[in-house]
Design a protein. Structure first.
Length: 300
C-alpha cells in the first residue's frame, strides 16, 4: 500500500458545490432587487421630494392657493414675480454670499482638522489617547443650547458680534467629525503599511499625506457634504450673533415672515431659492461621492 492511498481524499464535486454555495451566499444568490424593493424606494423618494415640490407649487402661485378646496398639483406662473418680491424685501445676494463663505470655511476646516485628529487617535500611540477620545465623545452629549449664552458673552467680550468670524470660529472643528474620521481610519489603514512607510524614511507628516489621506478621501467627502449642509441650514446661532444688516440666508428668510400678515407664497419662493444651491451641490458632488465610496470599499 502506497502513501498516497492512505491519505483521505475529498471528492472534487463536493468542493465545487461548496465553493458555488459560498459564492452564492456572498453575492446574494445573484438575484436582482424585486418590485417590492423598487416600490419602497420610489415611495420613500416621493415622500422626501413632496415638501420641496409643494414649496415650488405655492411659491409659484399666490397666497390664495393655500385656501383652495383641492390643493394644486402643478406650479403656477408667479414664481419669478414672487422671487422679485424676495429680492426687494431682504438682502438676498448678501445673505447668499455670507452663507457660501461661512459654509465653505467651516467645511474645509472641519474636514481638515477632523482628518488630522482622527488619524492621530486611530494610528498614533501616545499616553492618554483613549481618555482623550472619551472626552471628545462626551462633548457630543452636551446640548448646543447650553453653550449659547457663555459663547455669546465671549464673542461680545472679543468684539466679534455682528461679524462673520463669530459664526465661523466656534465651529472650526466638531467632535462628531473627529469621531467619524477616527472610526473610519482605524480599520481602513493597516498598521503594517504605516510601519513600512516609516522604515522607508517617511516622516509623520509624509506618512499622513501619502498613506492616510488617500485612504480617507471617501470619508472626507461624506463628512464635507454633511458639514456643508449643516452649516448652510444653521439658524439659531447666526440669528443671535449676527445683525440684520449682515445676515446669512436662513436668517434673512426669517425676515419675510416678520410682519403681521405673512405671504407664504413669497416665503416659500425664498425657501426654494435657498435650497437650489444645496441641490446643485448634491448633483455635482453626488457622482464623485459615490465613486469615492465604491473605491474605498473595493480597497478595503
Amino acid at each position: 500500500m502506497t502513501l498516497t492511498q492512505n491519505r483521505p481524499q475529498t471528492p472534487a464535486p463536493q468542493r465545487t458545490s461548496r465553493s458555488l454555495a459560498t459564492r452564492k451566499a456572498l453575492l446574494g444568490n445573484g438575484r436582482r432587487p424585486g418590485f417590492l424593493t423598487y416600490g419602497l424606494l420610489l415611495a420613500f423618494f416621493l415622500a422626501s421630494a413632496y415638501p420641496l415640490w409643494w414649496s415650488v407649487i405655492i411659491g409659484s402661485r399666490s397666497n390664495e392657493a393655500l385656501g383652495e378646496t383641492w390643493p394644486p398639483l402643478f406650479p403656477g406662473g408667479n414664481f419669478w414675480t414672487n422671487v422679485g418680491e424676495v429680492f426687494d424685501t431682504i438682502p438676498f445676494w448678501l445673505a447668499l454670499g455670507n452663507s457660501v463663505l461661512i459654509s465653505g470655511i467651516i467645511t474645509v476646516s472641519v474636514v481638515g482638522f477632523s482628518t488630522l485628529a482622527g488619524y492621530a487617535f486611530a494610528k498614533l500611540r501616545f499616553r492618554g489617547r483613549n481618555w482623550l477620545m472619551v472626552a471628545v465623545i462626551a462633548t457630543m452629549a452636551i446640548p448646543t443650547q447650553l453653550g449659547i449664552i457663555p459663547l455669546f458673552m465671549l464673542m461680545r467680550t472679543l468684539g466679534w458680534t455682528g461679524e462673520i468670524g463669530a459664526v465661523v470660529i466656534p465651529t472650526l472643528v466638531t467632535a462628531f467629525g473627529v469621531f467619524f474620521m477616527r472610526q473610519y481610519l482605524v480599520d481602513v489603514i493597516p498598521d503594517e503599511l504605516i510601519e513600512s512607510a516609516r522604515m522607508d524614511g517617511a516622516s509623520m507628516i509624509s506618512t499622513f499625506w501619502h498613506v492616510a489621506l488617500p485612504a480617507a478621501r471617501p470619508a472626507m467627502a461624506i463628512l464635507g457634504l454633511f458639514t456643508f449642509m449643516t452649516a448652510w441650514t444653521d439658524f439659531l446661532w447666526p440669528l443671535l450673533v449676527l445683525d440684520a444688516g449682515n445676515p446669512t440666508l436662513q436668517t434673512a428668510l426669517s425676515q419675510l415672515q416678520s410682519a403681521r400678515y405673512v405671504d407664504y407664497s413669497i416665503v416659500l419662493a425664498g425657501a426654494v431659492m435657498a435650497t437650489l444651491p444645496l441641490l446643485a451641490l448634491f448633483v455635482i458632488a453626488g457622482r464623485q461621492l459615490i465613486s469615492g465610496i465604491m473605491q474605498g470599499a473595493v480597497k478595503g
